[in-house]
Design a protein around this ligand. Structure first.
Ligand code: FES
Length: 313
């Protein structure tokens, strides 16, 4: 994948949509329009320390003047959200990438079931905008503890109307993924939220074909017991063979040898670093490459190989 355009954007509005979720709207300081995007897309936001974080766009894709995101403050997180809450007020500037979409709506679907848990509702709002604009059949299940803790609830109500189903656990109304029912042709399920919600949706939809279930993940769920082994790679373009020690990522080794590789999350969730491979057994550890593309695409920031692999580089 190619490197993405990085823009210095200005915060046009900033407000707390819940006590710990900041809703931001960015504009370009001099251009009336930002690069176009489609529902489900995310942007990278660079923090002051240079760290990159991904956030789903949650506004209306038809609005070319603004990028809207919502950031949940995670006091025990890696620092990016705390920095954003403390520093991104109206007039502040931040580096934001052009959007990328790893979580698109499926064009051939007859009906779309959107499931958002907490801050995971953000991509669903953009999807709902897109589905309303194209007059498609959908429903949004929005799961939160309470109305007060449901990010962007007013927006969800305004966009979805009676297609919104609100599930508030403190009111005793919990979403039951079991209601997804048996497989139905042309129905696609999209889920974003806490891992336990994604696991429950996957379990309830166990009989559904993989192509009809889609999940957006912004946090790696890497197996802590994974034991990395060394391996070799060959570069298809030159035939050069490089060794990847157990304590180095493939991405790091490529860069050590002067190979320019784009990256963003370096956690296997964004797709920035994905490259092609052949002739090898890859241990896939990312969550971004679809199953159907894993036989020839890999994420060198987290994935490794058994013994050796040839990269299309
Ligand atoms: S840098 Fe994000 S998947 Fe590799």
């Amino acid at each position: 994948m190619s490197a993405r355009l990085i823009m210095k954007l200005r915060v046009a509005s900033a407000r707390l949509t819940t006590p710990d979720v900041l809703h931001l709207s960015f504009i370009h300081p001099s251009r009336p329009e930002l690069p176009a995007w489609t529902p489900g897309a995310h942007v990278d936001l660079r923090t002051a320390s240079g760290k990159i974080r991904q956030y789903s766009l949650c506004g209306d894709p038809a609005d070319r003047a603004h990028y809207e995101i919502a950031i949940k403050r995670e006091d025990a997180g890696r620092g990016g959200s705390v920095w954003a809450h403390a520093n991104l007020d109206v007039g502040a500037e931040a580096h934001v990438s052009a959007p990328r979409n790893n979580f698109p709506l499926r064009e051939n679907a007859h009906r779309h079931i959107l499931i958002g848990g907490g801050i995971g509702v953000t991509p669903m709002l953009a999807m709902a905008h897109g589905l309303v604009a194209t007059n498609q059949d959908f429903e949004l299940h929005f799961c939160a503890r309470s109305e007060k803790e449901a990010p962007m609830l007013a927006e969800a109500k305004a966009i979805c109307g009676d297609r919104l189903q609100l599930w508030l656990s403190t009111s005793g109304r919990r979403f039951d993924p079991g209601q997804l029912g048996p497989v139905r042709d042309g129905v696609h399920i999209y889920a974003c939220g806490p891992q336990r919600l994604l696991d429950a949706v996957r379990a309830a939809a166990a009989g559904w074909p993989d192509e009809q279930i889609h999940a957006e993940v912004f946090q790696a769920t890497l197996d802590e017991n994974f034991k990395a082994e060394p391996f070799d790679i060959m570069l298809a373009s030159t035939g050069a063979v490089l060794h990847v020690p157990a304590d180095r990522s493939l991405l790091a080794v490529l860069r050590d040898h002067g190979i320019q590789m784009p990256s963003s999350c370096e956690l296997g969730v964004c797709g920035s670093c994905v490259c092609g491979y052949r002739d090898g057994v890859v241990i896939h550890r990312d969550v971004v490459i679809p199953l159907g593309a894993r036989q020839d695409r890999m994420a060198p920031c987290v994935s490794r190989a058994r013994v050796s692999v040839t990269l299309d580089l």
